[in-house]
Design a protein around this ligand. Structure first.
Ligand SMILES: Nc1ncnc2c1ncn2[C@@H]1O[C@H](COP(=O)(O)OP(=O)(O)OP(=O)(O)O)[C@@H](O)[C@H]1O
Ligand SMILES: [Mg+2]
Length: 299
C-alpha cells in the first residue's frame, strides 16, 4: 500500500483549471495556457504522502529552486515565466507558486550521482554496477565515485517506486539524440551544483532533474537541487562506510521506522501523523539547507 494518506482537494481559483495533484505540487493551467505550479507543505516518505505537513517546506523548495535557476542560467534555460500570484489565488500561495512554461516533459527522471548510496548502492552491492555502468571494487555507502554518472529512472505514479534503468533503455524510449542531450544536461547542471554546494560545505551526493521540451529546446523544469530532489550531506561529517547525515527527511524516516511510531512499513496500514518535534526538526533542516546554500537568512 502507498499513496496519499489524505488526498488534498484542489483549490478553486477563477481562471485556473486544476490539472494534477502531485506528491508535493499542485498543477493548474491559467487562461494563457501556462502552468501554475504550487508547492505544498506536503512531505512523502516510503512512497506515502504523509498526513502531516512541514510548515514553509513548499516555499523553501520554491525559493531554493529559483535561486538555483539563476546559478545555472548560463548552462540551460528553465521553465519559470514569473512568480506573480494569479488573481484570486489564496494568500497562502505566495512564495510557493511559479508560473511556468508548460513543456512536453521527457518521461525520464534524470539522476546524476557523484557519490554512492541509496538504490545505487543496492545495485552496486549485487553487481558492481549502477544502472548498468561498471564501477570499481571497494566502494561503500557514501563513497565518492571516480566521476559523476548519469543514472536515469523511469517516472512512477504516486505511490509507486521509480525504477533505475540503463542508458540504453532510455535511448530506446526517447531516441539516441534526446538521451544524449538529457545525459549531457544532467551532468552539466549536477557539476555546477556540486561545485557551488561544495564551496558552502555541502556535498551534493546525487540529484534528480526533470527536463522538458519547448519546441526543440531542452528546458530544465520542476524543482532543482532541493532537499526533496537531492541528497545534501554536511561535508565536515562525511565518512564513507556508513549512512551519511543529510539535510532532508531523515528525521521523518528515522521516526517512522522507530518503535515509537508504531508503524510497520511492510503493513497495509498508512503511516501515522508526525509528532511536533519531528515536524520542527525537519522544517529546521530544510531551512538550514536553504540558508547554507544561498548564504541568506530565511524569514
Ligand atoms: N514545466 C512543466 N511542464 C509540464 N509539467 C511539469 C513542468 N514542471 C514540472 N512538471 C510536472 O509537475 C509535477 C510536479 O509535481 P510533484 O513534484 O508533486 O511531482 P510527482 O512527480 O508527483 O512527485 P515526485 O517529484 O516526488 O516524483 C511532476 O509530474 C512534473 O513532471
Ligand atoms: Mg516532483
Amino acid at each position: 500500500m502507498s499513496g496519499f494518506v489524505e488526498k488534498p482537494e484542489p483549490v478553486e481559483v477563477p481562471g485556473l483549471v486544476h490539472l494534477h495533484t502531485g506528491k508535493v505540487r499542485d498543477l493548474y493551467q491559467n487562461e494563457a495556457g501556462d502552468l501554475v505550479m504550487v508547492a505544498s507543505d506536503r512531505i512523502s516518505a516510503f512512497d506515502w504522502v504523509l498526513p502531516t505537513e512541514i510548515p514553509d517546506k513548499g516555499s523553501v523548495l520554491t525559493q531554493l529552486s529559483l535561486w538555483w535557476f539563476d546559478q545555472i542560467a548560463d548552462l540551460m534555460p528553465n521553465h519559470v515565466l514569473g512568480t506573480e500570484l494569479p488573481p484570486g489565488a489564496p494568500a497562502e500561495w505566495a512564495g510557493r507558486t511559479l508560473v511556468c512554461k508548460s513543456l512536453r516533459m521527457a518521461p525520464v527522471e534524470c539522476v546524476a550521482r557523484g557519490y554512492l548510496t541509496g538504490s545505487g548502492l543496492v545495485e552496486y552491492d549485487r553487481t558492481r554496477t549502477v544502472c548498468g555502468l561498471a564501477l570499481p571494487e571497494g566502494l561503500s555507502d557514501g563513497s565518492e565515485l571516480p566521476a559523476p554518472i548519469f543514472t536515469p529512472a523511469t517516472k512512477a505514479a504516486v505511490g509507486e517506486h521509480d525504477e533505475n534503468v540503463s542508458y540504453e533503455e532510455v535511448a530506446r524510449q526517447v531516441g539516441a539524440d534526446t538521451a544524449a542531450r538529457l545525459r549531457q544536461a544532467t551532468l552539466a547542471v549536477y557539476g555546477r551544483g556540486r561545485d557551488i554546494a561544495r564551496e558552502r560545505g555541502i556535498i551534493l551526493a546525487d540529484t534528480k532533474f526533470e527536463f522538458g521540451f519547448d519546441g526543440e529546446t531542452l528546458v530544465v523544469a520542476d524543482e532543482v537541487l532541493t532537499p526533496d530532489s537531492s541528497r545534501f550531506w554536511p561535508a565536515d561529517q562525511w565518512e564513507p562506510g556508513r549512512a551519511q547525515p543529510s539535510y532532508d527527511k531523515q528525521f521523518v524516516r528515522d521516526w517512522l521506522t522507530s518503535a515509537e511510531s508504531g508503524w510497520d512499513r511492510k503493513s497495509e496500514r498508512p503511516p501515522p501523523a508526525l509528532p511536533q518535534q519531528v515536524v520542527d526538526a525537519t522544517r529546521a533542516k530544510y531551512v538550514e539547507a536553504y540558508e547554507r546554500l544561498t548564504g541568506t537568512t530565511w524569514s
